[in-house]
Ligand binder design. Structure first.
Ligand code: FPP
Length: 242
């Protein structure tokens, strides 16, 4: 596996809210769908760079449960882009050892996308270099509700339920929490994304819209992250002394 992080300053898990495709397009007199197409090109660049750097988990917010409220044409365009992305990229993902996973309610997606995603998940399952999570039809509160439901269905006694039980029933079961969450395009909110998993994540907001977020922008965010001191509720003295 590629590993270019001898000092351990890279996030193991990077989560991204890819925002600003629409505004990027509008500023250029293009349709919102064309903005998403440019955004899909950025997905390729960022996946490639993360793989190159040795980031082990990359989670991209591709379609939230609330995105169904967008104009029909835009939703259709987003789903065709997803299909196109899978058709073009899955062989390369498999070759590069990148395993694709979906966070979200797969059953609520259109049949063609659901089928292509299931195929992509199977085809890339052996990849050990990196996990690429696509959050699709995803909402963090709904994720927590489905986790609680499945715990109740399993009949676990209340006293046996701890944080690990809950984490083990989320879509991210078995994965480390994101170390760094990046949101592009100026908004500074979480928008129902990985609320449980990001309890201790470092947050990085940039005004750069997602279609313009290239390798240099990513490297700049990672440099800021490398300079952060993560205390997880402890004092700096406790950390220095341990
Ligand atoms: C936010 O921009 C972006 C989305 C809602 C979807 C993200 C989708 C892509 C990057 C393209 C397809 C993805 C894959 C995995 C192929 P926005 O429309 O909310 O922008 P705005 O806030 O400027 O309107």
């Amino acid at each position: 596996m590629l590993q270019q992080d001898p000092h351990g300053t890279l996030p193991v898990h990077l989560a991204i809210i890819m925002d600003g495709n629409g505004r990027w397009a509008q500023a250029r007199g293009l349709s919102r769908s064309e903005g998403h197409r440019a955004g899909a090109a950025t997905v390729r660049t960022i996946v490639t760079r993360c793989r190159e750097l040795g980031i082990r988990y990359l989670t991209l917010y591709a379609f939230s449960s609330e995105n169904w409220n967008r104009p029909r044409a835009e939703v259709t365009a987003l789903f065709s882009l997803l299909l196109e992305f899978l058709q073009q990229e899955v062989p390369l993902l498999a070759e590069k050892g990148i395993s694709l996973k979906v966070l979200g309610d797969l059953d609520g997606l259109p049949l063609a996308q659901r089928t292509a995603l299931r195929h992509a998940i199977r085809r890339t399952a052996g990849g050990t270099a990196m996990t690429l999570n696509l959050a699709l039809n995803y909402g963090s509160r709904a994720e927590l509700v489905q986790a609680v439901r499945s715990i109740v269905r399993e009949g676990l006694p209340a006293e046996a339920i701890d944080e690990a039980t809950l984490a083990g029933h989320l879509y991210t079961a078995g994965q480390p929490d994101p170390d760094l969450l990046i949101r592009t395009s100026g908004e500074q909110r979480l928008s129902n994304y990985l609320l449980y998993q990001c309890a201790y994540s470092e947050l990085y907001f940039t005004p750069v819209p997602w279609p313009d977020f290239g390798q240099e922008e990513l490297d700049a965010a990672l440099a800021v992250y490398a300079g952060r001191s993560r205390r997880f509720g402890k004092t700096q003295e406790q950390i220095d002394g341990s």
